[in-house]
Design a protein around this ligand. Structure first.
Ligand SMILES: Nc1ncnc2c1ncn2[C@@H]1O[C@H](COP(=O)(O)OP(=O)(O)O)[C@@H](O)[C@H]1O
Ligand SMILES: [Mg+2]
Length: 256
């Protein structure tokens, strides 16, 4: 379970994230929504340990900032908006072995690391990418690999920053189905930045909407994403219609 109390983040002297309070229960997925520049990536980077924050951020009752670097790496899986570590000249399989054994001296990964790498690739349906180097892959394939690396150490908190931005339609469902199943089965907390409001409606139990670094609305995704609020925050008129037992959000035009 992830609990934030009055979390704020400053960059170059300006407050980018202000007093965010939220709670993601065990087995729950929360969508982090908002316009470009709202502070979504900044908040996620702070939770991932890449930026300092003020306030309290507790994972399973322990302050994230107080976890030693090694423990933080083991408890937390992070998929960045543009995954840079994938520039290494290593194969996908080697990266999966390395990230499980980054604190071991010498280079002799135990047998279970090979098994775990195989299992994760199989779970994501990307076993065929094991011998490829990430720089040889498409943007969408790299996103799948980044998720494999985020899951390989069995995190308690999964932070995903626009994880489906480069994925085709089928892979968007495939990745988010996998994340949803993994989150529920393992009772972990997942916080994911999404721009596609229909994916948020389908996959996020709850959503938080940021505007100018502050929480504008928070709650069950269906309650957060009303037509009126979408017009206020995004400046776009949307129709919200029931389709096949779900709410479909159809953007219609810019508000004038
Ligand atoms: N290093 C920085 N120094 C100052 N401002 C920054 C820095 N990095 C990002 N920002 C600003 O922080 C705001 C939020 O950025 P970001 O968290 O990336 O937004 P989002 O992910 O919601 O699109 C933006 O206005 C951006 O210009
Ligand atoms: Mg961002």
């Amino acid at each position: 379970m992830l609990e934030l109390h009055a979390v704020s983040v400053e960059l170059s002297g300006s407050r980018i994230v202000s007093d965010v309070a939220l709670r993601v229960g065990a087995g729950q997925t929360m969508a982090l929504l908002g316009r470009n520049g709202a502070g979504k990536s900044t908040l996620v980077k702070a939770l991932a340990g890449l930026l300092p924050y003020a306030g309290r951020a507790m994972l399973d009752g322990k302050e994230l900032a107080c976890l030693p670097a090694g423990a933080r790496g083991a408890h937390l899986g992070y998929v960045a908006q543009d995954p840079a570590m994938l520039a290494a000249r290593l194969t996908v399989f080697e990266l999966l072995l390395l990230s499980q054994n980054s604190r071991r001296l010498g280079w002799s990964p135990p047998r279970q690391s090979f098994q775990r790498a195989d299992d994760i690739l199989g779970m994501l349906g990307i076993s065929g990418l094991a011998a490829a180097m990430p720089m040889q892959l498409s943007g969408g394939q790299r996103q799948m690999v980044a998720l494999a690396l985020a899951l390989v150490n069995r995190p308690r908190l999964l932070l995903l920053d626009e994880p489906t931005s480069a994925l085709d339609l089928a892979n968007q469902f495939h990745l988010l189905d996998t994340v949803e199943r993994y989150t529920r089965r393992n009772g972990i907390a997942t916080l994911m930045v999404l721009h596609d409001l229909n994916l948020a409606s389908r996959y996020a139990d709850r959503s938080v909407l940021l505007e100018g670094g502050e929480v504008r609305a928070q709650g069950a995704t269906g309650d957060v994403l009303t037509g009126e609020r979408l017009a206020q925050v995004y400046g776009v008129h949307c129709h919200i219609v029931p389709v096949a037992g779900r709410r479909a959000i159809i953007p219609v035009e810019l508000c004038r």
